[in-house]
Design a protein around this ligand. Structure first.
Ligand code: GDP
Ligand code: MN
Length: 382
């Protein structure tokens, strides 16, 4: 779950990390009120789930109410890499002496936390990694050991940060590590981590990804969930309780079981097509679930054919067939469907489908045949 900058800063502040005071607003008048409250100069910052806002004109300094009006007016409604700005964060502007980069994330292959620190902050870290990889000091932290103050101090020295502000940076990094671990984050990035002209370390930006699996442990996370950007299709599927992920291809997929759904995507790919989605309807394939799944897929303009891949286990073939037929009575389908029904009582199930087969509802004996047919109907590779 990705947080907006202002939510990330609230998250940081709750762990004692210094951030600037500010307010999130959604219109120009409120931006002026917020600016008056924190005191000029202020920074007006677009709140979207993408980086590089500064370059895109989404971060502006304002010295008075008129400038706030101008900048907030320009930024609200701005399109930043396909994200329309609906909220701006107005904070008291900082006086910057130096811009650093700091982050903690998970290195899954190393089974450790990865800390990255650089004296070259402010710019995109990918650019630094490319042009001057030695400018990024990395440490791998065993989650059992944690990050000691001494290790942190050595790390700051290795990154060649200004020794004069080392104490303050170490204190901030230790808090950031606590926020990252105790806060159940997958990523905590501060770019830039600034040293103010008064010599204080301060988080000027916040990029935080929380581990959605830990949501049950954090009551306050509801507000973050509410501002999540979801694919419209995923939103609708989520509301129906379906395990759905939107993709870019043209073959709509319905399968029972996550493993089978994954294999279905692979097979569709293998025969030259591409899936419009991942959708696992779980163990049962009753009419309600099937109708819900078909509705979601049918609504997707990318979809040119639908591949229903069911392997009957505990759910018998007749129940699956009944579910599909009932669902088809409820939903007006606009793309041809190819069904592969196998497993327990598949023969009985297929026999039930038989009288209903047409150009719009086809049956194939194997997963491979069905995938080929569905891809053909979708017009081949998309
Ligand atoms: P990003 O472009 O999306 O990463 O947005 P940032 O929050 O990192 O802001 C981009 C840049 O704007 C920073 O690297 C700073 O150089 C500048 N900036 C942001 N806030 C302030 C501020 O309070 N004072 C000053 N002087 N510059 C700021
Ligand atoms: Mn930034």
């Amino acid at each position: 779950m990705d947080l907006l900058e202002y939510q990330g800063k609230e998250f940081f502040a709750s762990f004692g990390i210094p951030t600037s005071e500010g307010t999130a607003v959604t219109d120009v008048d409120a931006a002026v009120v917020a600016a008056d409250a924190v005191g000029y100069p202020v920074v007006v910052k677009a709140q979207v789930h993408v980086g590089g806002r500064g370059k895109a004109g989404g971060v502006k300094l304002a010295n008075d109410a008129d400038e706030v009006r101008l900048h907030a007016g320009n930024i609200l409604g701005l399109d930043i890499k396909g994200h329309i700005v609906r909220t701006v964060w107005v904070e008291h502007a900082s006086d910057i002496a130096t811009e650093y980069y700091a982050s903690f994330t998970l290195d899954r292959s190393a089974k450790k936390h990865l800390g990255m620190l650089s004296a070259q902050g402010g710019v995109e870290i990918e650019a630094v990694a490319e042009s001057d990889p030695d400018a990024i000091a990395k440490i791998w932290i065993d989650p059992v050991d944690g990050l000691s103050e001494q290790t942190c101090r050595d790390w700051v020295a290795a990154a060649k940060l200004d020794p004069a502000s080392a104490d303050d940076v170490v204190a901030l990094l230790l808090k950031l590590y606590t926020a990252y671990t105790e806060g159940d984050a997958d990523l905590c990035e501060v770019n830039p981590l600034i040293i103010t002209t008064a010599g204080k370390a301060h988080a000027l930006d916040a990029k935080v990804t929380l581990d959605a699996n830990a949501e049950y442990r954090h009551e306050g996370w509801d507000v973050y969930a509410a501002t999540q950007l979801r694919d419209e299709r995923e939103e609708a599927a989520h509301a129906k309780g379906l395990n759905y992920v939107g993709l870019d291809g043209s073959v709509g997929i319905i399968a029972n079981g996550a493993g089978l759904a994954m294999s279905t995507l692979d097979v569709v790919n293998q025969v030259g097509g591409s899936a419009a989605n991942f959708l696992d309807i779980g163990g049962g394939a009753n009419a309600d679930v099937m109708a819900g799944a078909l509705e979601i897929i049918n609504r997707d303009p990318r979809v040119k054919s639908i591949f229903i891949n069911i392997f009957g286990g505990i759910t018998r073939g007749e129940e699956v067939a009944k579910g599909i037929l009932e669902a088809l009575e409820r939903v007006e389908i606009t793309s041809p469907i190819v069904i592969r029904l196998d497993g327990t009582n598949a023969t009985e199930g297929r026999a039930m489908l038989e009288p209903h087969l047409s150009d719009m509802l086809q049956s194939q004996p194997t997963m491979l045949d069905a995938a080929r047919r569905a891809v053909e109907l979708a017009g081949g590779r998309s």
